[in-house]
Design a protein around this ligand. Structure first.
Ligand code: SF4
Length: 471
């Protein structure tokens, strides 16, 4: 009987079965950043241990790095301490670091693929929930906590529960103005934020197959928001084309051999799945979250739900409506926004910035809106500048920043103030996520964020009559 990619990669990386029922898995690549590692490195020092595989470990600085003023020492003492600790730890333990001055610096889930560190068939771990991003390449990639970071540093292994596999087939053509972000928000809305518990999500179908790697990364990135432990796409020619020539990818003859192996780890045609879901792309419209988790979303033309609607817990809906300042039956279109944020590991790649730039070109941000673009990596920023996208955004009234996690979370100077409402291309709309305990986040595609910035309120990007939507 055929196997899924998950089963193949899992079997190939199994060290042994543990008495707990877990599997001890070897980790091919450990990505490290400044926030979830200081205690893990301290634990190693206390025990006199070394890092088992510094050659399989790569560090960058992203979560707390300022995106405006980057002179050292940082004004934020905690940020300075964390970065200094990561620099010291990388030096002491022999780990490569894409530091603050490095051209390779950026959000960990943007630079891994960009550098070709992320490859098909790998097991990957990182102390950040959105490590599932790397599954876009046919890797099995786990977000882990600080104690597991310590375990991986010390042993290059993880103890993991077995997973079931749900295949999510997306079929048909996405309407213009509807993006990968809308697809994944729709999936999370339909299956629920806990619907993926105990599952790996395999994204398949002709819509996924036609997607670029950037789009596949957007989809896999938010698997965790649907409760799935990992999400992946089977590697194919699109994957190989993206990887070819990247710094850490085998070159020449070795690349051809790698390609053969990468192809072999894709799910077999006769693989069986624990569950299957079909999403019809042609029926989708731009999606916006109205509540306080990524599953609380509606299409741009719909009205926010009422606690009496079937589906979610009535109390959860009441609570979310109160927090967001909405009433049952309100339209999401027309909700005033104070801030527009284009950034994060979900949607701050070059193609995202290009699409948002198409929307804002020749227009201007509404006077009451603070709008910023934060490239996912220094390389994305440079590439965008070469194309003149920074000028397009600046001319429209956006701030153009240096790479980092920025306003995706409130751990750096980019924060919401008070009750501000933010149209965001990021991945979490939890209460207080963007740095203000009462700040409100509306998740949507980068093009929709751009449209909201221009209109000063949530608006359907398709109404702006953009002639040049990417096909
Ligand atoms: S952009 Fe947001 S989700 Fe992504 S790594 Fe940074 S903090 Fe985590």
């Amino acid at each position: 009987m055929g196997k899924t990619l998950l089963q193949k990669v899992w079997d190939l990386h199994t060290v042994r079965q543990l008495p707990t029922g877990q599997t001890q898995l070897f980790v091919g690549l450990h990505l490290v950043h400044e926030v979830t590692t200081p205690q893990a490195f301290d634990a190693l020092r206390q025990r006199g241990w070394t890092v088992a595989h510094p050659d399989r470990t790569f560090a960058t600085i992203d979560h707390i790095v300022p995106t405006l003023e980057r002179r050292r020492p940082f004004l934020d003492v905690m940020a300075e301490d964390m970065i200094a600790a990561l620099e010291r730890n990388c030096r002491d333990f022999g780990i490569r670091l894409a530091g603050i001055e490095d051209d390779r610096q950026g959000i960990v889930h943007v630079i891994g693929p960009e550098l070709g560190l992320t490859q098909p068939g790998m097991t990957i771990a990182c102390g950040d929930s959105h490590t599932s991003t790397h599954g876009a390449f046919g890797a099995v990639a786990f977000g882990i906590g600080t104690s597991q970071v310590r375990d991986v540093l010390a042993s290059q292994c993880l103890a993991l529960e077995p997973l079931k596999v749900r295949r999510i087939r997306v079929t048909g053509t996405l309407p213009k103005g509807v993006y990968a972000k809308d697809v994944i928000l729709e999936i999370i809305q339909r299956l629920g934020v806990r619907g993926g518990t105990g599952f790996a999500y395999e994204y398949a179908g002709d819509t996924i197959q036609r997607m670029t790697m950037d789009e596949r990364m957007t989809i896999c990135n938010m698997s965790i928001e649907g409760g799935a432990r990992v999400g992946y796409v089977n590697p194919d020619d699109v994957t190989f084309e993206y990887l070819k020539g990247r710094p850490f990818v085998p070159q020449g003859e070795a690349f051809e051999r790698a390609k053969q192996w990468w192809r072999s780890i894709a799910s077999d045609a006769d693989a069986t799945y624990d569950d299957e879901v079909v999403i019809r792309a042609g029926e989708l419209a731009p999606v916006v979250t109205w509540g306080v988790n990524p599953g609380q979303s509606i299409s741009i033309n719909e009205r926010v739900p009422s606690p009496t609607d079937a589906g979610e817990e009535p109390q959860a809906i009441t609570d979310a409506l109160d927090y967001m300042g909405l009433h049952a039956g309100d339209r999401i279109a027309g909700m005033k926004v104070d801030v527009a944020f284009i950034g994060s590991c979900t949607n701050a790649r070059l193609s995202d910035l290009r699409e948002a730039a198409r929307v804002v070109k020749g227009r201007h941000v509404a006077p009451h809106v603070k709008a910023l673009v934060v490239p996912g990596s220094a390389a994305v920023g440079k590439a965008a500048e070469r194309e003149g996208l920074d000028d397009v955004f600046r001319a429209a009234g956006f701030e153009w920043r240096a790479a980092g996690c920025s306003m995706c979370l409130g751990m750096n100077p980019d924060k919401l103030q008070g009750h501000q409402v933010c149209a965001a291309s990021s991945n979490r709309n939890f209460k207080g996520r963007q740095g203000s305990p009462t700040g409100r986040t509306l998740l949507m595609s980068p093009a929709m964020v751009a449209a909201a910035a221009i209109a000063g309120e949530v608006t359907d990007v398709r109404d702006l009559r953009i002639d040049e939507f990417t096909d």
